[in-house]
Design a protein around this ligand. Structure first.
Ligand code: G3P
Ligand code: MG
Length: 244
């Protein structure tokens, strides 16, 4: 195999544990991931919390938009409900809890700002401040499907690392990356699975962190292509491949 890719656990070890919870993050670290990808939303009282959807319906026993609940109200919801009784006291994590854990373990962290549907005002400033509060600017890369938000992050702090999420088969993505200004591209893996595309991006020194790769066949291809980070629901499977 050509080079070592980073093993990044998508929403933690979400293939086996309740996604985007502290237990899923800890289990991912236990099986040897290098980092975690996770999603940041904002509560009504402006607490950054970790959840993929703008609403809590799919992943908890509650319903409605995170932006309509205070953090204290969200603590009444069970975010392990879909995984049975064993996880019945699973709470929504705050960004602070996760950053403290990242500080403790030294892992890499990809914070995806979920600001394409609800345009959380001030989210970029809040998250960047917290990254510096924990002295984690070298461990963290921010990403978003909202590229205006990533431009804003660079405007707030040129040193903060950003990645542009996308799903389309962009033509010469490195040109777009240069135009926008970022550190990495975060494409869906099918958008970069061809060598000339990877070479084009790498020729301009952008990192490539690709999502969401759960099939070992594709993991192998992407490792051989020299992809920098592979985001997966199964960090255990990827770990085995990287060791082989
Ligand atoms: O950041 C990679 C991936 O998580 C982007 O899509 O919908 O799973 O957040 P999504
Ligand atoms: Mg995500």
């Amino acid at each position: 195999m050509a080079s070592k890719s980073l093993n990044i656990a998508h929403r933690g070890f979400s293939g086996k544990y309740p996604e985007n919870t502290m237990i899923a993050f800890k289990k991912a670290v236990e099986v040897g991931c290098d980092g975690i990808e996770t999603d940041v939303q904002l509560t009504k009282d402006k607490v950054p919390v970790i959840c993929h959807d703008e609403t809590i319906d799919r992943t908890s026993d509650g319903s409605g938009f995170i932006s309509q609940y205070t953090y204290k109200e969200l603590l009444n919801m069970n975010f392990g409900v879909k995984f049975g009784n064993e996880f019945k006291n699973t709470k929504i994590p705050t960004l602070d809890e996760l950053l403290a854990y990242v500080k403790e373990t030294g892992i890499y962290l990809n914070l995806e700002l979920k600001n394409s549907i609800v345009l959380y005002e001030g989210l970029e400033e809040m998250v960047i401040k917290k990254i510096y509060d924990y002295d984690l600017s070298n461990n963290v890369i921010m990403s978003s499907f909202n590229h205006y938000s990533m431009v804003k992050c660079k405007y707030i702090d040129a040193k903060i690392k950003t990645g542009l999420l996308y799903e389309a088969g962009l033509y010469k993505p490195e040109k777009y990356a240069e135009y926008v200004g970022c550190d990495a591209l975060h494409p869906h893996f099918l958008s970069v699975i061809h060598k000339p595309i990877v070479e084009g991006i790498k020729s301009k020194d952008f990192l490539i962190n690709t999502y969401t790769v759960n099939d070992e066949k594709y993991m192998k291809i992407l490792i051989d292509l020299g992809i920098d980070g592979i985001i997966t629901n199964y960090p255990d499977k990827l770990k085995s491949l990287l060791l082989s």
